[in-house]
Write a protein that binds this ligand. Structure first.
Ligand SMILES: Nc1ncnc2c1ncn2[C@@H]1O[C@H](COP(=O)(O)OP(=O)(O)OP(=O)(O)O)[C@@H](O)[C@H]1O
Ligand SMILES: O=P(O)(O)OC[C@H]1O[C@H](OP(=O)(O)OP(=O)(O)O)[C@H](O)[C@@H]1O
Length: 564
């Protein structure tokens, strides 16, 4: 028998355990001194309770107990505290200040197999107080706690969701469209946001009737408004004529109250942060370290969560994983602070079918692409200020999501299939292809007969996630066989009834006597970024805009000189 710990779980040995203990003690002392009292929540919670508090529950471990209740191991503590306050403190007048240090558990999902499944979350909740003073208290304590953990040289991203809510409510657009917009923010898919808000060429698949173009324009611009406090003025100018600036006064007052934060983070007002996670109702904030591919931690105001438990009260809080804070604290930026030399921008460039166009568009955007078109066997091409990491297109999302590259290019198909945590910034319009279901000419009847008899058919594909999502939508049971090339062979040899594959010219399908029976989705190449890199490296925003303007002759240098 292999004596291994389960995937994503590990032992913590004395040296690390001692360090963790010391940080945890200092942080607890700090929170205590500010009036926050400790609480502990149960390891298990009823799944329905977790779902009452948050629309998307982070993949928890779930199982049934002997009574038949579906239970979840806590993936997060905030929802449990909301439940606890609603049931145990509903009669308490005034505010409640609660703190915790607890393990949280998350089930492994395929795109995060490398991630820890057990972490110690450190956090607090301030319940019963609203307004800039309460928000600033929470943000300040977050930064003080990170400073105690040794995190330095990070960027504190700040936004407020009230502006988007106001814009959506006044936009006149149908609810379904509004939900799609929220989903685009939630998944950091700003290409989808552009599509939804395109008033020249409105989306065909979702009803946007009644949407006033000025609102569409404002919502479209929101995620690119990023910078210092001047970004609030920029947003105010955009939304004040639409009567949607109400939330900005409090937000500005909070930001102004944050001067002289311990650890001296760079304050970045960034409205692309809106929407993740989806339960925030006012300010939200996240700490990003250049040494960590994801946020170190974050928090915000979640006034509607308590109401979901029948105890409406304003509430705000934050959490960070002790492990992430310690990893950020041991990185180069923490050691060298502002003196850290700026490393070259790392761009993941796809080899294969997309390579030539990707190099062309990077060059048109003004980057030095010398040696990139014909790199021979070189896997990294380094030019002044930029390192190109040459990857298989399907690997590009992993390189970027895990912070091995700051940004990258690949097809939308690869992004959908990987489902990684990246920010989709621009549609580059090349590499156009369609995903289709195809089968041998005249084979439909036999496939239908098999489905009637066996209740499922076999589908071969290189893209199991896209295929699974498509058939789940159509309600058809399929058995998916993953292949890695020459997918067309599967129905020709009788291995599967049909395929889900890419087609561009249609030549391969024709030559193999296959016919398209359903359209699945279209794909083009995308430019995308690591969420932490986007907020800590000020070269990525201008590069995205230069890539978007590449065909119009706008270069990276021309844009990089301007504030973001
Ligand atoms: N006719 C086409 N065939 C294949 N890919 C196309 C075509 N047209 C556009 N593309 C796009 O080019 C991307 C890369 O295709 P390519 O054939 O170079 O890589 P791959 O071998 O499919 O990927 P990987 O090596 O990562 O498995 C696809 O993911 C798709 O976005
Ligand atoms: O419509 P067409 O222009 O003929 O292009 C479609 C072909 O291109 C892709 O294959 P790829 O070249 O990526 O090779 P693969 O079969 O190894 O995936 C796809 O899988 C089809 O086979």
């Amino acid at each position: 028998m292999d004596l291994v710990t389960p995937l994503g779980f590990r032992d913590i040995l004395p040296a690390e355990a001692r360090e963790r203990e010391a940080i945890a003690r200092e942080v607890a002392t700090l929170f205590d001194a500010r009036g926050y009292r400790p609480i502990e929540t149960p390891t298990l919670e009823v799944m329905d309770v977790l779902q009452m508090g948050a629309r998307s529950v982070l993949s928890p471990f779930k199982f049934f107990d002997a009574r038949g209740d579906l239970l979840a191991m806590r993936p997060d503590v905030t929802v449990q505290i909301a439940r606890m306050v609603a049931t145990r403190f509903s009669q308490v007048e005034g505010s409640l200040k609660l703190r915790y240090q607890q393990r949280v558990f998350r089930e492994a999902v395929p795109e995060m197999l490398s991630a820890a499944r057990e972490q110690t979350q450190v956090g607090l909740e301030l319940i019963g107080q609203a307004g800039p003073a309460a928000d600033a208290e929470v943000v300040r304590l977050f930064c003080e706690a990170l400073a105690l953990a040794g995190v330095r040289g990070y960027t504190l991203g700040l936004a407020t969701v009230g502006v988007l809510q106001a814009l959506l409510q006044r936009s006149g657009a149908p609810l379904q469209w509004q939900q799609q917009v929220r989903a685009a923010f939630h998944s950091s898919n700003f290409v989808e946001l552009e599509r939804l808000t395109n008033s020249q060429n409105p989306p065909q698949d979702v009803d946007s009737s009644g949407l006033a173009p000025v609102f569409a324009q404002a919502i479209r611009r929101l995620p690119s408004i990023r910078g210092g406090l001047e970004a609030i003025a920029e947003l105010r100018e955009l939304v004040a004529p639409l009567g949607c600036e109400a939330d900005l006064d409090d937000f500005e007052a909070t930001c102004r109250a944050l001067e002289g934060l311990p650890g001296q983070p760079r304050l970045l007002v960034d409205f692309s942060l809106i929407g993740s996670p989806d339960y925030y109702t006012g300010i939200l904030f996240s700490a990003y370290s250049p040494d960590l591919g994801s946020a170190v931690g974050g928090g915000g105001r979640y006034d509607s969560m308590m109401a979901a438990f029948g105890c409406p009260r304003p509430a705000a809080g934050f959490a960070f994983a002790l492990e992430d804070a310690m990893a950020a604290a041991s990185g180069a930026s923490a050691a060298e602070g502002a003196a850290a030399p700026r490393r070259p921008l790392r761009v993941a460039v796809p080899k294969g079918a997309l390579h030539k166009d990707a190099v062309a568009v990077l060059e048109a955007a003004g980057l030095n692409v010398e040696g990139l078109l014909n790199p021979g066997r070189a896997l990294i091409v380094s030019n002044p200020g930029v390192d190109y990491i040459i990857v298989r297109p399907s690997d590009a999302p992993a390189f970027v999501a895990l912070g091995a590259a700051d940004c990258g290019i690949c097809g939308k198909d690869s992004l959908l299939e990987a489902n990684s945590d990246v920010v989709e910034l621009e549609d580059l319009h090349f590499g156009a292809c369609r995903f289709v279901v195809a089968m041998p000419a005249g084979a439909q009847e036999a496939a239908d007969e098999r489905y009637r008899r066996l209740g499922s058919i076999r589908v071969a594909t290189k893209y199991p996630r896209i295929t699974g999502a498509h058939f789940a939508k159509t309600g058809m049971q399929v058995e998916i066989v993953q292949l890695h090339g020459n997918i067309e062979l599967a129905p020709l040899t009788g291995m599967a009834e049909c395929i889900v594959d890419i087609t561009a010219t249609g030549a391969t399908l024709r030559e193999n006597n296959l016919e398209v029976t359903e359209e699945v989705l279209g794909s083009t190449a995308r430019f995308f970024a690591n969420p932490a890199a986007l907020r800590t490296d000020e070269r990525i925003g201008p590069l995205a805009r230069a890539l978007a303007g590449a065909t119009a002759g706008v270069t990276f240098e021309a844009i990089a000189g301007q504030p973001q």
